[in-house]
Design a binder for this molecule. Structure first.
Ligand code: F6P
Length: 513
């Protein structure tokens, strides 16, 4: 399948540039005054409403974008990915995260995880002294950490072991997590697809020593460690290993045994709800061949419009719900590790921007931190504003829920229309003309969270295809790791052959200080 890039769709790209010039003179307040704008600028899938009324597009721009998607055969790419085609050519792999969460696949492949989680929750599996497990430490980083902690912070836990997340090797991180834990009732999940990530392996070694120093000499620690990996050959003792298919990328692995911590903390039913929510979005995305009504393709096209025509530099993830505090970090990896690329799938240099810088934070806190820059700065950006609002229940916090929703909509509107004041008070002027999309979940539960994550995964896959990059490898992270080994070798063994003089001088200065 020949994938398009600018040269294949020259006329459409020229049309889009022409649209952008025309649109730059439009009065955006008038667009919002259009009684049909919301009707034509939103889609609802299950309990997720997505409104792009405050994006810098009108119908003719969307028609051109839809044509770009059609010409690029984006939907066919999604179907090809979900069929298991080799979409990750540099690693000769498929990308099977969607297949993994399909009903038949997950029922089969996740049974070992479900069984283990149940045994921890019902006390069948206990620690060396016979205590059941009260605390579980997920030892992993990146995609082997972010998904489980995102879900753990988002959902209300009614019963089950407490989760802790150790990602960093810094002594402060280790003591923050381990101090106060009872070694007799703590389970450690060593989560690493490659089983080659320094941080995770170094933490695993430290923890094993930490345990040995705190239990009787002959204690059997076998039940205190479980390994989740795509490379089980690395585990040489008889501790339990749960396998993650190598065709599931780390940033797409929450649907695999990498989600073990979630199943232990919340139970299998809640984890199944997460899968069901993701499947509901899969059905929408894979069945909606009408580009204009495919939510993932719509979000991808808006990202192309903002990144490649409006020329935004960054994209904000702004959850107006502190329970989604980890969503920006999760989506940073999903978006930037997938599409932060500059070589095409054909091995050629890319001739346009790809992933924007993805950042953000919990709101309304951000309104008291970086919104000044957003409203009166010089930078171009787009934003996703995520709101949870249980409109039905008039509960005792509905007023504050309404206040938070009001802020989310107000900020999105000011980003879009700005706030134009008299020339004498230009210091108060807000130019606006930044696009944002509002996502509304009627409730923050496992099903809706699964659907939201699936939507972003499909958007990212569509974007990679539109930008003609491989969204499923991450060669850019290897060089830094190798150089760190060289620098570490200099620091600890004086091996200077791979460390340039300027770097050696800095390191010597630090060591002396
Ligand atoms: O270095 C980046 C990365 O490979 C991510 O893609 C991955 O999620 C993370 O490191 C952890 O990798 P692993 O699960 O193999 O330890």
């Amino acid at each position: 399948m020949r994938v398009t890039n600018r040269s294949d769709n020259n006329q459409i790209w020229q049309d889009l540039e022409t649209h952008a010039c025309r649109f730059s003179d439009l009065d955006l307040n008038r667009l919002l005054a259009d009684t049909k704008r919301f009707t034509n600028s939103h889609l609802q899938v299950e309990h997720l409403l997505v409104d792009w009324s405050r994006q810098l597009v009108d119908q003719s721009i969307q028609d051109s974008l839809d044509q770009l998607a059609t010409n690029s055969r984006v939907h066919q790419f999604l179907l090809s990915m979900c069929r298991g085609d080799l979409v990750n050519k540099t690693e000769s792999r498929a990308a099977t995260h969607v297949e993994q969460r399909s009903l038949h696949a997950s029922d089969q492949s996740l049974q070992p995880m479900f069984k283990f989680a149940e045994q921890i929750r019902n006390g069948t599996l206990r620690g060396h002294s016979g205590k059941s497990f009260t605390d579980v430490v997920n030892v992993g980083i990146g995609g082997s950490h972010l998904g489980p902690e995102l879900v753990y912070r988002a959902l209300v836990q009614r019963q089950g072991p407490r989760l802790h997340f150790l990602t960093n090797t810094h002594p402060a991180a280790r003591s923050e997590i381990l101090d106060g834990l009872d070694p007799d009732s703590t389970l450690f999940i060593i989560a690493s697809k490659s089983y080659g990530t320094f941080e995770t392996l170094d933490n695993a070694g430290y923890i094993r020593q930490w345990m040995i120093e705190r239990v009787p000499p002959n204690a059997d620690l076998g039940n205190h460690f479980i390994h989740v990996t795509s490379n089980p050959e690395h585990i040489t003792n008889n501790e339990t290993v749960l396998r993650v298919p190598s065709s599931i990328g780390g940033r797409f692995s929450i649907w695999s045994a990498m989600g073990l911590a979630i199943a232990i903390a919340f139970g299998i039913d809640v984890y199944q709800d997460l899968l069901a929510g993701a499947r509901s979005m899969d059905i929408h995305v894979l069945e909606a061949s009408d580009i204009a009504h495919n939510l993932a393709i719509k979000l991808a096209l808006l990202a192309v419009w903002n990144t490649n025509v409006i020329k935004t530099e960054s994209h904000l993830i702004l959850p107006y719900d502190p329970r989604l505090q980890l969503l920006p970090a999760y989506l940073q990896q999903l978006e930037m590790e997938s599409n932060g690329k500059s070589i095409s799938r054909d091995g050629e240099p890319i001739n346009q921007h790809t992933s924007p810088i993805v950042w953000g934070g919990v709101e309304t806190d951000g309104q008291h931190a970086y919104h000044q820059l957003l409203h009166q700065g010089t930078r171009k950006y787009s934003a996703d504003i995520i709101v949870t609002h249980s409109a039905s229940s008039q509960n005792d916090y509905s007023n504050t829920e309404d206040w938070i929703l009001a802020n989310a909509v107000a900020q999105s509107t000011v980003m879009f229309t700005g706030n134009h004041v008299s020339s004498e008070q230009r210091f108060k002027n807000i130019k606006g003309r930044h696009g944002s999309t509002i996502f509304v979940l009627n409730e923050l539960n496992a099903f809706n969270l699964g659907a939201l994550i699936s939507l972003y995964e499909h958007k990212v896959a569509c974007l990679g295809h539109l930008w003609n990059v491989n969204s499923f490898d991450q060669w850019g992270v290897e060089a830094g790791k190798r150089l760190a080994d060289d620098v570490y070798g200099f620091l600890h063994h004086g091996e200077a052959q791979n460390v340039p003089p300027a770097t050696a001088a800095l390191l010597n200065k630090i060591k002396k200080a």
